[in-house]
Design a protein around this ligand. Sequence first.
Ligand SMILES: *Cc1c(COP(=O)(O)O)cnc(C)c1O
Length: 361
Amino acid sequence: MAIDINALVRPNIRDMQSYSSARSEFSGSADVYLDANENPFGSPTGTGFNRYPDPYSDRLKRELAKIKNVPPHQIFIGNGSDEAIDLLFRVFCIPRNDQAIVCPPTYGMYTVSAAINDVGVIEVPLSADFQIDTRAVISSFSSRTKLVFFCSPNNPTGNLMDRGAITEIAKVFDGLVVLDEAYIDFAERPSSIELIAEFPNIIVLQTFSKAWGMAGNRIGTAFAGSKIIDVMNKVKPPYNISSHAQEAAIEALDHESVVREWIDRTLSERARLSRELVKFDLVETVFPSDANFLLVKLNDAQTTYNFLLDRGIVVRDRSGVELCDGCLRITVGTTEENTRLLCILKDLDETVFKKSACKPE
Ligand SMILES: *Cc1c(COP(=O)(O)O)cnc(C)c1O
């Protein structure tokens, strides 16, 4: 498909000069650095923070490239995936004119980011089985539609989206398809990252925040054709990733085996939680999950939420969300945490639900 990325970029972004930082004008090595107005004595913590970080996180990209099988120039590093989402709006959507499509129930940041950027959102709800309504998405395209967001596995429903639906839509769409794979490490099916080689309009988002255990470090990644990556780099703040965050992420990549082990434990705990939860009378449905959380439909979500909270366990109340009526989203914890959760729910099940159901006063 011949899609012209340049033509999709907002004219003001296409025409502007990007900020040229000291560290991007000179990126070699020298004995003496007098170009960036840094403190030459050091940082008070003695950790070398007096120097500006690498503006493009090149070393991290080279390491990621090996693992992801994507060349470095097709990788964008953001201050969390949320920065990448925001940049896509700023680069491609003209405020008050262009639109994005989201498929609720899904991750709330797509709509929040659209609102911040004054970009309209068209909601095309998932079907009752939480899948993309391909026909409805395609029929809501207009010349103003620039972005479509899919989340797979989806937050908060936990399921993978049908890959055929995503590629079918990408094939006919003149804008960009954003595929958020924040939870892909927990999924049965591997990442769809290789789609970026075939589809110049697909952007895959991943993050260090979930399986990689680095939520506090704030690193998100976008994988796409180099024209998309280049224009995201043009608009991002010059030093968006701190030197500490870059180093910590590179170090994390050396510990892939422990991450694999945590994923395995999460999957077996997810299966156990799911098996045990369905036994309770208070649980109506435990939806199948390809993520590190379970969406659980209860016959009284509010009571259950408060009961857990009173006993020190906080879960996410999703009962007000489209198609998630009566649902709580429960992150899979450690074995001990999950056992504690099950224990408390058993208590609630026996004291409130079973008794009132079986032994009316
Ligand atoms: C948690 C999450 C992210 C991660 O966001 P970061 O900014 O990278 O921490 C992205 N997308 C979805 C759907 C998520 O649930």
